[in-house]
Write a protein that binds this ligand. Structure first.
Ligand code: ATP
Ligand code: MG
Length: 411
């Protein structure tokens, strides 16, 4: 099945809203193994939407149209599809009831035009709404094509694509019935290095497919998507490929799917029965905040000290004379905070977040300390970016350092 995407909305043409929907839909179609050869944007104009859909269907068997399903007069996707299908719109009583009760539940009066969202072209089926008020539509057209209409609001669009449109498209493509994805979360190397490590797997990919997604300081995601007749077979395909990739990537992989760096650190601390204390200078509590976001952190996190001024580093953590942006300071901070708070492990951050240099050290210079088993180690590095990026990078880097150290400990 070939599928085109039509994004509806004058705001997209004017550049007031960036068409991220088409990008996301394109990615999902690729992952599902469905060819997407053309994506267009069209304004809120009845005739031009009809023309765009007609042209798309002259090339492709399926079209996803997003936006223009709302209640206002400029939301004309329903009318355009009805014209394309050559059928009238009929109000669907079930959808109308859902919309009415949604407003009632929120205690809000409903303008009559909201019920326009319950109008369905004869012959189309409804994708029930679970988030917004507008339902989606699956519209068969003469000649065997199909138009899927989904809302413009990105979160509603994604939910409907995943729940209804992609499964339906995959069924139509006849190849398989189930798609399952898994994301390997990696941290520590650039995308190009990662790609090189598994280049042969990426080149040979068919099922599962392998896609890279750079996610800023959260690292690079490697997403595997398998198609099979049933879920168990798809999972088996995923597991086999995951094993191969993990054997190549080793400790670069810190988790799967929604696992965060702090989740990974937490499970290693729990495994080893260790408690943790943190001393933060340039990160100012960011490390602690990430750790505290993990449910059950009270089981292993003793606490954290934000020691910003030099004399606080000295009096509270035992940092000696000399520069505070230094390996010696990071080392003393890690040891000092572990002893102060009675923890097995101490972590520390000190450095120059910017915008200007400090103690003759350039912006981005950081020293990350780790105290464990009675001795300290310090990593010093130069992080890229502005003040905010340096602080975020320092945070995840110090957490990753602890993760790697705890992994080594077990080896
Ligand atoms: P609703 O039923 O909520 O009114 P709709 O189907 O009418 O949704 P639109 O009115 O076209 O959708 O768009 C709603 C909002 O969704 C827009 O203001 C815009 O912020 C966002 N949006 C619409 N289309 C896109 C797109 N292609 N990419 C990203 N965001 C979009
Ligand atoms: Mg709208």
């Amino acid at each position: 099945v070939r599928c085109e995407v039509v994004a509806v909305g004058t705001e997209l043409l004017l550049g007031q809203v960036v068409d991220t929907n088409s990008a996301w839909i394109g990615e999902q179609l690729a992952l599902a193994g469905i060819d997407c050869l053309l994506q267009v944007k069209v304004g809120d104009n009845h005739d031009r939407v009809v023309a765009a859909l007609r042209e798309a269907l002259s090339r492709a068997e399926a079209v996803v149209v997003c936006g223009g399903l709302g209640p206002t007069q400029d939301d004309i996707t329903r009318e355009a599809i009805a014209e394309l299908m050559g059928v009238p719109l009929v109000r669907d009583p079930v959808v109308a009831e859902v919309i009415t009760s949604l407003f009632a539940a929120r205690g809000r009066a409903m303008a009559a035009n909201n019920l326009r969202q319950a109008d369905v072209p004869v012959g189309a089926s409804v994708i029930p709404q679970v988030m917004g008020t507008a339902p989606g539509l699956i519209c068969p057209v003469a000649g065997g094509g199909v138009v899927y209409a989904v809302p413009g609001v990105p979160r509603e669009m994604r939910e409907m694509m995943e729940r209804a449109v992609l499964p339906d498209l995959v069924r139509r493509s006849g190849a398989a019935a189930t798609i399952v994805s898994r994301t390997l979360r990696t941290w520590g190397v650039a995308e190009s290095t990662l790609a090189e490590l598994i280049a042969d797997r990426v080149d040979a990919q068919t099922n599962p497919t392998i896609a890279f997604l750079a996610s800023g300081i959260e690292g690079i995601k490697v997403r595997l998507t398998a198609k099979a007749a049933d879920r168990a077979s798809a999972l088996a395909l995923l597991e086999a490929e995951e094993a191969v990739l993990r054997s190549r990537l080793g400790s670069l992989v810190f988790g799967v799917d929604e696992t965060s760096m702090e989740d990974a650190v937490a499970s290693l601390l729990v495994r080893d029965g260790l408690t943790l204390a943190v001393a933060e200078s340039l990160t100012g509590g960011l490390v602690a905040a990430r750790l505290v976001s993990v449910p059950g952190a009270s089981g292993w996190l003793r606490g954290a000290v934000v020691a910003y001024a030099g004399d606080v580093k000295a009096s509270l953590l035992g940092v000696g004379d000399g520069p505070v942006v230094s390996a010696a300071a990071a080392s003393s901070m890690a040891e000092g905070v572990a002893k102060l708070l009675g923890a097995d492990v101490g972590l520390s951050t000190t450095g120059v977040a910017g915008p200007s240099e400090q103690e003759g050290q350039p912006v981005g210079t950081v020293f990350l300390g780790l105290w464990l088993d009675g001795s300290s180690s310090v990593v010093s590095t130069r992080l890229p970016g502005d003040r905010e990026q340096v602080r975020q990078f320092a945070t995840i880097t110090v957490l990753n350092g602890l993760r790697l150290r705890l992994l080594e400990g077990a080896a």
